[in-house]
Design a protein. Sequence first.
Length: 161
Amino acid sequence: MTSKRHERTTARRCAVQLLYTSELQGKTPEAVLEEGLCLVDSDPLSDYVLQLVNGVEENRVVIDEQLRAVSENWKVERMPIVDRAILRLAVYEMLHEEDVPISVTINEAVELAKDFGGEDDSPRFVNGVLGHIARRLEGGAVSTEAEAGEPEVAMSERTEA
């Protein structure tokens, strides 16, 4: 269990680095990797890194809608890029990685914000935004589909873990 936890922590770090570089360069994560524009902590990238990065990219609209819904006084586009990458990664994991408890996702995101955060209060900001999303998940107020009116995600079991 400990090695899997460590592998996923490393994968999250790599995914944040790749998402950050991608946005900074204005290129897709795939292009960033192909062009060798991103130095990441792991070579080759694990399957979990690729799963996270692809998941964030494929679900960015829904993820950003969730961030907009809870970000008081902050537009997603105005957040520091690294904080935005951390939040997008965490929201993806909260919505789509059922084997990861939400509390673990939030804790990992806060640790990433401590290490990479764009502002002194990044860890607190990340914790607040993700805590708000977790409460919405618990209350069934979050959908995994973009403005689709699909059935909402019931994640109350995950928030208890």
